[in-house]
Structures are given as structure tokens and as C-alpha cells.
Design a protein around this ligand. Structure first.
Ligand SMILES: *Cc1c(COP(=O)(O)O)cnc(C)c1O
Length: 346
């Protein structure tokens, strides 16, 4: 299978499995697990934050981050298309009693500074208390502009707001720009990083921030069902991922660029340029579902929804995978010319 649905589909290789098997472990709820502590120290250091905490998922580390900043009746500002708002089951509202104030995302993934400023409610008992600005980097594969992040977090701070970064793919942003992870993370009070996406670990995210915020998040993690025990087995995979699989994200970005090039050779697919390790396309002239089925029959899986398809490159696709996509696209258009023509005439 050439599985382009997501970079979450990567499976741990022999070296990662060996690191997991050999990891010294203890009960992480007693803070007794040496491997978990090592991962948490390493992630905090890489992200230039005081402390970090291991979570089973990015959904839970984002939520714990939001809840560490906001209490019941507080409000957070977030992109309308942000993962934390749109794709995490509304957890901030449901479990955190935090009112989301979603704001339009610009095509480059930012939220206009004027929108942020206008959305910050005055201190008036009619309003929820605006407490937090949450950004996401990368956003749909796009790297947020560094100057923008400095301005947005500065604006938040001037208004007394805390800041959270959903940095699920922060390492992709770092590798794509040649900046270190610390530079991208430092403007934020808390940062969530996924180990289970392009970094290749089977499970896990970390939330990083000040020692106080991470202690608050530890209590929240408990409330959210967490406190796992011998997590060193999982943390070992995270350490391996941070040590071995960051620089190689450049290969994924190069392959996404090649894939975008291949797909753009078929005008009907309407493929856009590569964004770090992703390529999006919204084909107007073909039946998207039929295209997806045709690819799947040839062992090529592509993700996406609502008429937009998403291709994601990662550890488990290679140059041969992209050659097979080209061949499958050629076969698709050779087999379906009449449908395309009819659609155009219609
Ligand atoms: C995947 C993802 C998450 C959530 O991570 P899970 O481990 O799948 O819960 C959060 N934010 C972004 C941007 C993501 O891509």
C-alpha cells in the first residue's frame, strides 16, 4: 500500500521497536518512569520551555493546554479551521466549559490581527472573559510567518491574554524554514507537539510550557482520564523519533514537492503546490469519489473530505510510491476520458 492519507499511518520500524523493548520503565503516575522523564526533559529543551508532559494524543494535550489557561466561563480565540476548534469534538466547550471564539483563517493560515483585536472582549460582566489566543503551526501544511507570530502573540500579551500553539507538526515548520524548534515555540506560553505524525512514533504528544502550567496540566490530564503507568515504552519511541526523525522530514517535503509536480501534470486534478509534507487538490472536472476508488484499487490511499483530497508524505512512502501515483493517474485519465468530457460539456 502507498498510504498518503496522513502521516499518522507510519508504523514503527525495527530500530524504534528495539528502543521501545529495551526502555527502562517505572510508574509514570508516581513520576518514576525514567524514560518518560527523559522524553519530557528532551521535549522541553527542544521547545525552549521549562517543562513538558507526555500525553496519549494531541487532542488531549491541546485540551489540557487550553484548560491550563482557561477556567469555566473563559473564552479562547481560535481559527475557524483550526484543529483544536474544528476536529477535536468541541472538547474545550464540552469538557473545559471554555467558550470558543472562532475567527476566520486567512489563506496563509493566520488570523488577521484586526480580527483578534476586535474579538478581545472588554472587561464587562456581559461578556465571557477572553483569556487565550490559540494558533496552529503548521496549519494545513503551511508554515506561519515568523513576523506574524511575533505580532499576534505580542498583541495577545498586551491585552493580558495567554498564548497556546497547536504545534502538532511544529518540526515540519522548523525543518522547512531552517529555524530551530525553540524559535518557533518560544513566543507561546504552551505548545503541543505530536510525536505520532511525521516523527513516526506509534502514540504520543507532549505539552510544553512553564513549570507551573505543566503542573496544572498534570492535574487536568488526570481529570481527562490520563495518568498512564509504564509509559516509558511509548516515550522511548518518542525519544527515538526526536533523535532520528526530525531532520529527515526534509525528505518528506522534497517528496511532497515531487508529488505536487506529478499531480499538476494532470490539469483536471486541480492540484495546488506542496505545503511542507502535504498536497491538496480540489478537482472540479472529475468525480472525486471515483478517483479515490480507482486509486485504492491500485493500492494508493488518499485522504480528504468534502471534495478536497489531501496527500501527505511521510516515513512509509518513498520515490517509488510517487512513480506509482503517476502511473495510476495516467491510467485513470486513459480509462475515463468520456466522463471528463461530458462533465465539461455539461
Ligand atoms: C493530529 C493533529 C492534532 C491531534 O492529534 P491526535 O494525536 O490525532 O489527537 C492536533 N492538531 C493538529 C494540527 C493535528 O494535525
Amino acid at each position: 500500500m502507498d498510504d498518503f492519507r496522513s502521516d499518522t499511518v507510519t508504523r514503527p520500524d525495527a530500530a524504534m521497536r528495539a528502543a521501545m523493548a529495551e526502555a527502562p520503565v517505572g510508574d509514570a503516575v508516581y513520576d518514576d518512569c525514567p524514560t518518560t522523564r527523559r522524553l519530557e526533559a528532551m521535549a522541553a529543551e527542544r521547545l525552549g520551555q521549562q517543562a513538558s508532559l507526555f500525553f496519549p494524543t494531541g487532542t488531549q494535550s491541546n485540551l489540557a493546554g487550553l484548560m491550563a489557561h482557561c477556567g469555566r466561563g473563559d473564552e479562547y480565540l481560535v481559527g475557524q479551521m483550526a484543529h483544536a476548534y474544528r476536529y477535536e469534538g468541541g472538547g474545550a466547550a464540552v469538557l473545559g466549559s471554555i467558550q470558543p471564539q472562532p475567527l476566520a483563517n486567512e489563506p496563509d493560515g493566520t488570523i488577521a490581527l484586526s480580527s483578534i483585536e476586535q474579538a478581545i472582549k472588554p472587561d464587562d460582566f456581559h461578556h465571557a472573559r477572553t483569556r487565550l489566543l490559540a494558533l496552529e503551526n503548521t496549519f494545513g501544511g503551511l508554515v506561519l510567518d515568523e513576523a506574524y507570530v511575533a505580532e499576534a502573540t505580542g498583541l495577545a500579551r498586551r491585552h493580558g491574554l495567554a498564548t497556546h500553539l497547536d504545534g502538532a507538526r511544529l518540526m515540519n515548520a522548523a525543518v522547512a524554514t531552517g529555524r530551530d524548534a525553540e524559535t518557533i515555540s518560544r513566543p507561546f506560553d504552551t505548545v503541543s507537539l505530536c510525536l505520532s505524525k511525521g516523527l513516526g512514533a506509534p502514540v504520543g504528544s507532549v505539552l510544553a510550557g512553564s513549570a507551573d502550567l505543566i503542573e496544572a496540566a498534570r492535574r487536568i490530564r488526570k481529570m481527562l482520564g490520563g495518568g498512564m503507568r509504564q509509559t516509558g515504552i511509548l516515550a522511548a519511541a518518542g525519544i527515538h523519533a526526536l533523535e532520528r526523525n526530525v531532520a529527515r522530514l526534509a525528505d518528506d517535503h522534497a517528496r511532497a514537492a515531487r508529488l505536487a509536480d506529478v499531480l499538476s501534470g494532470f490539469a483536471e486534478l486541480g492540484a495546488g503546490p506542496a505545503r511542507t509534507n502535504m498536497v491538496f487538490m480540489t478537482p472540479a472536472a472529475i468525480d472525486v469519489d471515483a478517483f479515490g476508488r480507482f486509486m485504492a484499487e491500485r493500492g494508493i490511499l488518499v485522504g480528504g473530505r468534502h471534495g478536497t483530497l489531501r496527500w501527505v508524505t511521510h516515513l512509509d512512502v518513498d520515490d517509488g510510491s510517487i512513480d506509482r501515483v503517476r502511473a495510476a493517474c495516467e491510467a485513470f485519465f486513459a480509462s475515463a476520458p468520456s466522463r471528463i468530457r461530458q462533465h465539461r460539456l455539461g
